[in-house]
Ligand binder design. Structure first.
Ligand SMILES: [Zn+2]
Length: 245
């Protein structure tokens, strides 16, 4: 049933009409054989509250909070194809949140990769209210290292927090240069944990996919293999927006 109707579409012998100043008329109660059954309030406001709660815990940077597919500037066919791929990824995640599919966005700095990663998370929240979280590699590693001195959470718990989110974005793969063998092990633990739970992840990097100085060499083959098992890769091959005159 539609959430919002014009008032004369609602059969008032069976339904009680509610009105929200923002969303309009809605069905506030329904007659049942044993009496009236009330809904908790405007479904539109309820959905917004739910989405707000998820966004509140998403750690999406303020700059990217309001990024959507609609406010992504499309000026060439590559950008058009990138949006299309991200939208297809959103549909597959919403249809099957435990499908274990990944999205990899690679290309130069300033080409809008983080914008589209955040647009995808935004769309997933609004469509399906799945939980989302954004983190850079540096943030993940810093959080893990903070457990050495701060014992409110163990490393395992930190990994668990990133592993249990329905859709995680790991950004800036390669930007944090000093990645040690131990860091790579920890990144593998997280990627493998999500892989085993069949949770979808968005990976964002300004490195090449394979070869020298690539995502594969940065994260190591074992992590890269997990990522590639079910993946859609989008290459951002145009010039930086930020460098435009
Ligand atoms: Zn409302």
């Amino acid at each position: 049933m539609k959430n919002f109707l014009s008032r004369d579409e609602i059969d008032e012998s069976r339904f009680e009409v509610g009105q929200c100043s923002k969303h309009g008329f809605f069905i506030a109660a329904q007659r049942t054989p044993v009496g009236w059954s009330y809904v908790s309030g405007c479904p539109g406001c309820e959905s917004e509250t739910k989405a707000r709660r998820i966004f509140g815990q998403s750690m999406i940077p303020l700059r990217f909070r309001d990024k959507t597919f609609d406010n992504y500037l499309i000026e060439n066919s590559g950008q058009y194809a990138a949006v299309k791929s991200c939208k297809a990824f959103v549909t597959s995640v919403c249809d099957n949140p435990l499908g274990g599919n990944n999205l990899v966005l690679v290309g130069k700095q300033g080409t809008g990769k983080t914008h589209l990663a955040c647009s995808s998370m935004n769309a997933v929240v609004r469509k399906s209210y799945l939980t989302v979280r954004y983190a850079t590699v540096e943030k993940i590693l810093t959080k893990l290292k903070s457990t050495w001195t701060d014992n409110t959470a163990s490393e395992y718990e930190v990994i668990e927090r990133f592993a249990r989110v329905d859709l995680l974005t790991i950004d800036e793969i390669g930007t944090y240069r000093s990645i040690s063998v131990r860091d790579k092990d920890k990144m593998f633990e997280l990627i493998n944990e999500r892989y085993e739970r069949k949770k979808p992840t968005i990976f964002v990097s300004n490195l090449d996919l394979t070869g020298e100085n690539s995502m594969e060499s940065y994260l190591e083959e074992r992590s890269f293999d997990r990522i590639c098992e079910d993946v859609q890769v989008v290459f951002f091959e145009w010039e930086s927006y930020r460098r435009k005159p």
